[in-house]
Ligand binder design. Structure first.
Ligand SMILES: [Zn+2]
Length: 455
């Protein structure tokens, strides 16, 4: 159990921690723009220096792109090791006109800190550095071994991370990964995320005649790629909202009765969600609740579609080609490789004569489900109770976090997904913010976690 002195120290130094976080947030480390490459490096070095000052053995790993910061302080050979993951890169801030205060000039309004990266992920990651600092100041040494991995290209899909994990596999060995890069269930309810959906994301291209044809001269002779595409897409789902691809549900792990009961007990307001989304009705599998459908059931969505002439005026053609992007969110125990295969087979058997159909895999990640009986999950539960003052709920997340899958597949280690943020922090949006109270509770919880993991 964490000594009270440490929690007091954290509360006492709150203003200084916020001031330091301001420094981190002022660096416009936008990973997607090449013109910010210099800022990316400054942010990496900022993290490196901070870990260095905390007495960590810290190094920059060059990847050809944004460097990875890797650090460790491992004073107890016989005790568990926790790997803390974060990212120092941020999303672009545009549209700038929608920010009340400039995105890289942090400001405080009504208990919230506003800046790009405040919640995602600089503010949340920084809680661990301050927790470590407070522990070292009061207790002199950490209660467990701590390794830290901070990357600078999470917002562009972590293209180098698999390679880095593979290369530093032995240095990164740990009993659990802690990731705070998400949110609580709501502002009153902290959460531990124990499940994530996976992703199968494909592009479908239909190729017809060599060029757009006069629909009068050639109509009735050739297959129309737009029509073919529409027919194929329409066949992907049944009228009841289920996915029609044969075998799609074969590997789906159904929700346990206790899990359905637990989900039903979460404070979920359907009317408020409808209002927020601006839709008159929520739709989907009638056998499952909205909460189940958005987190623990697989989906298929057409994300975009193109082809032919859609400008103003008239152009009567048979288009030469058409295309669409389709994403499927997967649940345990589906695999993106197998679902991609099923999708391809289904489309190829349905494709009519007269066109060529090309299918390209764009992105994929497998779903994740962490066993809640683990010692590390129980330690995190106790830590949240100490840090936040109330117990967490256990939730599944509808989105995908590819790094979690990577930690599992490359390092063989489960992640603790402990979001300190809130669903309305505006990550990736204008006026991103982080509640100062969440920042304080995050530091307290991070510190308590290290003690709970040690016991
Ligand atoms: Zn993030």
């Amino acid at each position: 159990m964490i000594p009270q002195d440490i929690l007091h120290k954290i509360d006492e130094h709150h203003c200084r921690y916020v001031e330091q976080l301001f420094g981190f947030l002022r660096i416009p480390s936008v990973s997607t723009y090449p013109q910010h490459a210099h800022d990316i490096r400054i942010a990496a070095e900022w993290v490196l220096d901070h870990l260095d000052l905390l007495g960590f053995e810290a190094n920059l790993i060059e990847t050809g792109g944004p460097p990875v910061v890797l650090a460790k302080r491992c004073p107890h050979p016989a005790k568990p090791t926790i790997l803390i993951y974060g990212h120092y890169d941020v999303q672009p801030a545009e549209p700038l006109a929608e920010w009340t205060t400039p995105p890289f000039e942090p400001g405080i309004r009504e208990g919230f800190l506003y800046a790009r990266g405040a919640s995602d992920d600089k503010g949340q990651f920084f809680t661990y550095l301050k927790a470590i600092e407070a522990i070292l100041k009061v207790a002199g040494e950490l209660p467990v071994n701590v390794k830290v991995l901070v990357e600078g290209e999470e917002e562009i899909g972590s293209p180098q991370l698999a390679h880095v994990l593979d290369r530093y596999r032995s240095e990164l060995r740990a009993d659990a990964v802690a990731i705070s890069d998400g949110s609580q269930f709501d502002s009153q309810t902290p959460a531990i995320t124990y499940g994530l959906r996976g992703l199968a994301y494909l592009q479908l291209d239909i190729e017809g005649p060599r060029f757009d044809l006069h629909s009068g001269s050639f109509g009735g002779l050739v297959a129309n790629p737009v029509q073919v595409l529409a027919d194929l897409l329409a066949r992907l789902k049944n009228p009841d909202g289920t996915v029609a691809i044969p075998g799609f549900y074969d590997d789906v792990l159904n929700l346990e009765p206790w899990e359905r009961e637990e989900m039903a007990s979460l404070p979920f307001n359907e009317a408020a969600l409808r209002e927020y989304l601006g839709v008159v009705e929520l739709v989907g599998e009638s056998s499952h609740t909205p909460m189940e459908r958005k987190t623990a059931r697989p989906t298929l969505d057409v994300n975009g579609i193109w082809g032919g002439f859609s400008g103003e005026g008239a152009k009567t053609i048979i288009p030469a080609r058409a295309g669409a992007k389709v994403s499927m969110r997967l649940v345990p125990n589906q695999s993106s490789a197998r679902v991609n295969e099923l999708f391809k087979v289904f489309i190829q058997t349905m494709a009519p004569r007269g066109v060529k159909v090309h299918i390209k895999e764009l992105q994929g990640s497998d779903p994740v489900l962490v066993s809640r009986d683990q010692r590390t999950v129980q330690a995190a539960t106790r830590a949240i109770r100490i840090g936040f003052g109330n117990a967490p709920v256990f939730i599944r997340e509808g989105g995908s976090i590819p790094v979690v899958t990577l930690f599992k597949t490359v390092l063989g280690v489960d992640s603790l997904l402990l979001g300190w943020g809130r669903p309305d922090d505006g990550a990736h949006s204008p006026n991103e913010r982080f509640c100062l109270e969440d920042f304080r509770r995050g530091i307290r919880t991070a510190a308590a976690l290290l003690y709970e993991l040690a016991s």
